[in-house]
Write a protein that binds this ligand. Structure first.
Ligand SMILES: N[C@@H](CCC(=O)N[C@@H](CS)C(=O)NCC(=O)O)C(=O)O
Length: 233
């Protein structure tokens, strides 16, 4: 039987199935990347709901796995060399799971780098910019009198949607077949026009390729399942 007791996070969120990959997450746009990926590749895993509103990522147990205090994070009992591997940063986790399972990341070197490039585009641009727009449009920042920060993130989000729109011209998916680049990006675009209620302010109707791609992605059963995981415990 696998023993994960050397990892303090398992003291706070015990593994009922220590032989399975442990997922510490929440269904936010960053969290669902990993749950969607796990549903897509069919690995056995055990999800743990981490309540960020209750600051659970800032306790010593969570910080012992991710010193940056953010979901998602994983602990794979069967990592490289059969040893446990703890990992944070959703982009790194997606690459790890793709390589572990041989799914959703091409082995053709050029296509592989192209996919990682678009994954990084999500990590470095789409996520941070859409996230700031959410803050200034829907959350605490919406009450700020000075609208320049909000306008800046509206303009930048709209510009990024334009990049995606051009990229998706004549394509079903961001790079070749459905890949981790799509897995990373779907939840963010869905959130922008859904939970953040920013569809109108960014003019989402001007991006029909992105809308069609989002619909294609959301039609995948694994995506639908992943969007609800982890369920609140
Ligand atoms: N770059 C990180 C970002 C993760 C992130 O921002 N997670 C948010 C939820 S979407 C979080 O845990 N926030 C909790 C907090 O900051 O207190 C990744 O992609 O994994």
């Amino acid at each position: 039987m696998t023993d994960l007791s050397a990892f303090p996070i398992t003291g706070r969120w015990p593994a009922q199935h220590p032989d399975r990959l442990q997922l510490y997450s929440l269904p936010t746009p960053n969290g669902v990347k990993v749950s969607i990926m796990l549903e897509e590749v069919g690995l056995a895993y055990e999800p743990h709901f981490i309540d960020i509103m209750a600051n659970e990522t800032w306790g010593p147990e969570f910080l012992s796995l991710n010193p940056n205090g953010k979901i998602p994070a994983i602990l794979d009992p069967d990592g490289p060399g059969g040893q446990p591997l703890a990992l944070f940063e959703s982009g790194a986790i997606l690459i790890y799971l793709a390589e572990k399972t041989g799914k959703l990341l091409s082995t053709d070197p050029a296509t592989r780098y192209e996919t990682i490039q678009w994954l990084m585009f999500q990590m470095g641009a789409i996520g941070p910019m859409f996230g700031q727009l959410g803050f200034f449009h829907k959350f605490a920042g919406k009450d700020y009198e000075d609208k320049r920060p909000r306008d800046r993130y509206v303009a930048e989000s709209r510009r990024l949607l334009g990049v995606l729109e051009t990229r998706l011209e004549g394509r079903d998916w961001i790079v070749g077949d459905y890949s981790i680049a799509d897995v990373a990006t779907l939840g963010w675009v869905r959130n922008l026009i859904g939970f953040y209620e920013a569809g109108e302010i960014v003019g989402f109707k001007d991006f029909p390729n992105v809308a069609a791609w989002l619909e294609r992605g959301l039609a995948r059963p694994a995506v639908q399942r992943g969007l609800e995981i982890p369920a609140r415990g």
